[in-house]
Design a protein around this ligand. Structure first.
Ligand SMILES: [Zn+2]
Ligand SMILES: [Zn+2]
Length: 329
């Protein structure tokens, strides 16, 4: 088994990539077949009929009298929209009270499906719901950043199998995003180009890590993938705000997401995963160097002790190999 250090262009961090083809077989612990669950679960707070278990709907898209997508407030919010933003110091320490928004997007009325089994039109509505919540929340002067995070499976941090995402809006820019923006800015100062645009160009030219591509979007296995089968979806054109997505791009994204999740589920036997939408801070304008994207991180092996100790991820299979594997599906 050989190994190499790879530098991630986007974070300026090193990753150790092992050239170990045997690790393709996912460990059985991470197998979580959502499809073995029933289509409806009377105890699930997100299934139709249990709407009274949630306070109210912030947004609903309906087909006839039935909802297809519902956005609700998180029932245990750690950030609250109703509070007044207060920033203060205590001696040398800075505090902001827990202001923000904490919402849940229920992405389908069906208990046991993921994007791979949903109709593209229904995924369109999910992305439309993301966009509408961004457009509404960005009007709130107190908020600096909005993130959408999906956790699939217990290993990824979610105990409810019904397909949903969390939206969290913050009065600060989260550290990982600030780091990405700083790195992108550093690259821009030297090359006068967006690092993400350059990366897309290079990935298409090399054609070793492109899993899927359509007119407006591309899905790649990042060069310095932190975990096996990590994926990144980006708009092919330079766009920094997710909320600027237009109708045509939205449809392209739905179809690419459906196919991506299909391949991932087939390859990994329904592994737990996180899907995270990274976009520019809501108030920033004319950002030449930052490019919105979606990161998909399957939860397979756990090297967390090592990662926490060193900040170095160890990935047990090369992204070139996983790309080949995913393309065959
Ligand atoms: Zn359910
Ligand atoms: Zn770009």
């Amino acid at each position: 088994m050989s190994s190499e250090f790879r530098k991630d262009l986007l974070s300026d961090k090193w990753v150790i990539v092992l050239n170990n083809n045997y690790s393709f077989i996912p460990d059985t612990d991470s197998k979580l077949n959502f499809k073995s669950l029933p289509e409806y679960d009377k105890n699930c707070p997100f299934c139709p009929g249990n709407e009274n278990k949630t306070k109210f709907s912030i947004l609903e898209f309906k087909n006839g009298d039935k909802w297809c997508v519902r956005v609700i407030p998180n029932n245990k919010p750690y950030l609250k929209v109703e509070t007044n933003l207060k920033r203060y110091t205590k001696d040398i320490f800075t505090i902001i009270n827990g202001t923000g928004a904490n919402e849940v997007i229920i992405e389908t009325p069906v208990h046991n499906v993921d994007f791979d089994e949903m109709k593209e039109e229904d995924i369109d509505l999910v992305i439309k719901a993301y966009k509408e919540r961004f457009l509404d929340l960005k009007k709130d002067e107190r908020l600096e950043y909005i993130i959408i995070l999906k956790s699939r499976g217990v290993k990824a941090g979610s105990y409810i199998p019904h397909l949903h995402s969390q939206l969290v809006a913050f009065p600060v820019v989260p550290p990982l995003i600030s780091e990405e923006i700083t790195e992108a800015e550093n690259y821009y100062k030297i090359k006068n180009n967006c690092v993400y645009c350059d990366m897309i160009k290079s990935e298409i030219k090399l054609d070793e890590r492109v899993v899927l591509m359509n007119e407006h979007f591309i899905c790649i296995s990042p060069f310095a993938s932190r975990v096996s089968f990590e994926l990144m979806i980006l708009p092919r054109e330079h766009k920094f705000h997710f909320y600027d997505i237009n109708e045509k791009e939205l449809k392209n994204l739905s179809s690419l997401l459906k196919e991506t999740i299909y391949k991932l589920n087939k390859a990994l036997g329904f592994s737990a995963y996180n899907m995270i939408l990274h976009t520019a801070p809501v108030k920033l304008k004319n950002l030449e160097y930052y490019h919105w994207h979606i990161e998909i991180l399957p939860k397979l092996k756990n090297f967390s002790g090592f990662e926490q100790a060193t900040g170095l991820f160890i990935n047990s299979v090369t992204p070139e190999e996983t790309t080949k594997y995913l393309k065959r599906i």
